[in-house]
Design a protein around this ligand. Structure first.
Ligand code: CP
Length: 315
């Protein structure tokens, strides 16, 4: 495929190929000299219309470690602030001949729309509550490394599911890999229609966590709640925050995940988040760089092949 816009269009062998390549980049990133020429001569532009720490930093590092020329568009100082639309901004940058465009946007579907207008490869770095494909892929790599497999696991995704693009992308990916998925959280923060997707729904944390191999905690995404239900943080932590007592109900060797940014004392107890025997939160960050390198590398190969075919047709 030309773009990476979501998990839907990836088949299980595509996911495995990407994760296997990412493993090679994990090894490279642990060396003192972390350099490859996979993107040499190519230009990567990162456009983040919404705040980010992990995704923005890891895409920038990923592109640089692969030898691309990487430009981060400073949205706050750009003409977006003068009213220029997303599409006009994208067309302007497209005219500068980038090869790869990494885009985060607050509106669901914005990145898909943009991908129709440009002639480079586009990677969705998170759009509204729709998809965050590289997050699901880095979560998959983290799970595979920690549990030794990515199939036949009981995975509890907990918290604000309704507003979470991370939950949505993970649900699709982990479902494709034949895992048992539980969504756990307040009924008011469950999306509609998920019960048809072969997942189990739980409002009670102690039921939802029982025997789970993986416990994935999510942030309360107040910025997307549109004035709807916002529980008090104290009440929320009491019922749905991950503490030692609730974690004790999961498997003895269950791992704890969180995509970040994390609100300690709201959805997760800080001691659990920092417990290196249970928490793989920092591994997720490390895998983020490697998975983004693999995604950039594979899209660059596809782009070169596509351009090669187009050049051959012209001759
Ligand atoms: N997990 C994630 O997308 O984090 P950032 O918002 O910091 O990029």
């Amino acid at each position: 495929a030309r773009h990476l816009l979501g998990i839907d269009h990836l088949a299980p062998p595509d996911i495995t190929t990407l994760l296997n390549l990412a493993e090679e980049y994990v090894a490279l990133n642990r060396r003192t000299v972390k350099h490859s020429d996979a993107l040499a001569g190519m230009t990567q532009i990162n456009m983040f219309f919404e705040n980010s720490t992990r995704t923005q930093a890891s895409f920038e590092l990923a592109g640089k470690r692969l030898g691309a020329d990487v430009m981060n568009m400073a949205v706050a100082q750009s003409s977006v602030k003068k009213g220029e639309t997303l599409i006009d901004t994208a067309l302007t940058l497209n005219a500068m001949q980038p090869d790869l465009l990494v885009v985060r946007h607050q509106n669901s579907g914005a990145v898909n729309l943009l991908a129709e207008k440009v002639n480079c490869a586009v990677i969705n770095a998170g759009d509204g509550r729709h998809e965050h494909p590289t997050q699901a892929l880095l979560d998959a790599l983290t799970i595979r490394r920690a549990k030794g497999r990515l199939q036949r696991l009981t995975i509890a995704i907990c918290g604000d599911i309704a507003h979470s693009r991370v939950a949505r992308s993970n649900l699709i990916l982990l479902g494709k890999m034949e895992n048992r998925i539980r969504l756990v959280g307040p009924a008011t923060l469950m999306p509609s229609g998920v019960s048809d997707m072969g997942v189990e729904l739980y409002e009670d944390m102690s039921e939802g966590l029982k025997g789970a191999d993986v416990v994935m905690m999510l942030r309360l995404q107040k910025e997307r709640m549109d004035g709807g239900f916002i529980p008090s943080e104290r009440e929320y932590y009491h019922r749905w925050g991950l503490d030692a007592a609730k974690l004790a109900l999961a498997s003895d060797d269950a791992i704890v995940m969180h995509p970040g940014p994390m609100n300690r004392g709201v959805e997760i107890d800080g001691t659990i988040a920092d417990d290196i025997n249970r928490s793989v939160i920092q591994d997720q960050v490390e895998m983020g760089v490697a998975v983004r390198m693999a995604a950039l590398d594979l899209l660059a190969r596809n782009l070169r092949a596509e351009r090669g075919r187009a050049a051959a047709e012209v001759m």
